[in-house]
Design a protein around this ligand. Structure first.
Ligand SMILES: [Zn+2]
Ligand SMILES: [Zn+2]
Length: 288
């Protein structure tokens, strides 16, 4: 019983997880478990009647068929539940379909239910919940489109925050927008960006340095380097520090913005090295 129960639970939860995404899977987990337990019990009863069953089962595709049936049943059940459910674009919680605003975070809820979001606008197929593209014709499903729009709205909100807090710096629009601006010290700001891969993140930071250079930021002070760029605006020197941006997490570079004089001063000029005396200079001294 133990083995069967585990195997079936796994089969169900993997299928459900794939098909529905985490939020909905959480909501239907108790029901999926109930289904799994019932199936386990049935198989267990069958096994008790026939001791050979355990051996046959290994060669028999019927067992895989039982998993597929369970997965289908769980998907159908999820679609039924999804007809009375919306997913909040703000916090990702599942909410009953009659609500207009999320009771958890106050965000405006979408018009479509979870089930409607999985109906193909091209061919009308009701796809498994959580699918991004139609399983029959490949069209992008409404839920996936809505998810992208929600992300864009979040991006716009971040851009507005940038205008408010970091107006003197060129905007970061390269290599992804999934970041947040946070104050790390009074009057100065830290900026975090998240990327899918460390390589992508490093390339994006390099690109941002180029954007800064194009916008009049430059290396300055006694020890100039490309990781610290400065610009003087109305008497204040603004500084962008990309020197320590991968210290916390190579996937999530953090760029620091602040007003700071570079070491040795913004207009520091390296002194000319003392001219060495050459033989031709000496010649004149002895001329009479
Ligand atoms: Zn919410
Ligand atoms: Zn379709």
């Amino acid at each position: 019983m133990g083995f069967l129960e585990r195997a079936i639970r796994k089969g169900v939860s993997q299928g459900v997880g794939r098909a529905m995404g985490e939020a909905l899977s959480k909501a239907i987990e108790p029901h999926a478990n109930e289904l799994a337990n019932k199936a386990a019990q049935r198989i267990d009863e069958a096994a008790a009647k026939n001791e050979e069953y355990e051996n046959q089962r290994r060669q028999n595709s019927a067992f895989n068929g039982a998993f597929a049936n369970l997965e289908r049943a769980a998907n159908d059940y999820a679609t039924q539940l999804g007809k009375n459910m919306k997913i909040c674009p703000g916090c990702g919680e599942t909410v009953t379909a009659d609500k207009k605003f999320c009771p958890h975070c106050g965000a405006k809820l979408p018009e479509q239910t979870v089930a409607e979001g999985a109906v193909c606008p091209n061919c009308g197929k009701q796809n498994s919940i959580g699918t991004k593209f139609c399983q029959d014709c490949g069209t992008k499903l409404p839920a996936a489109v809505a998810e992208e729009q929600a992300q864009l709205m979040k991006d716009d909100a971040v851009m507005a925050e940038w205008d408010e807090k970091l107006a003197v710096y060129p905007k970061w629009t390269l290599g992804g927008k999934d970041y947040y601006i946070e104050e790390y010290d009074a009057g100065t700001f830290g900026f975090s960006a998240r990327f899918a891969t460390p390589v992508g993140a490093q390339a994006a930071v390099r690109q941002y340095r180029e954007v800064l250079l194009q916008n009049g930021f430059r290396q300055a002070g006694q020890y100039p380097n490309i990781e610290n760029l400065y610009k003087r605006i109305n008497g204040t020197v603004y500084h962008v520090d990309t020197e320590h941006c991968f210290e916390g997490d190579s996937d999530c570079p953090q760029i620091y913005f602040n007003a700071a004089e570079p070491y040795g001063g913004f207009d520091y000029v390296k002194p000319e090295p003392k001219k060495q005396l050459e033989l031709k200079d000496l010649k004149g001294l002895f001329k009479r």
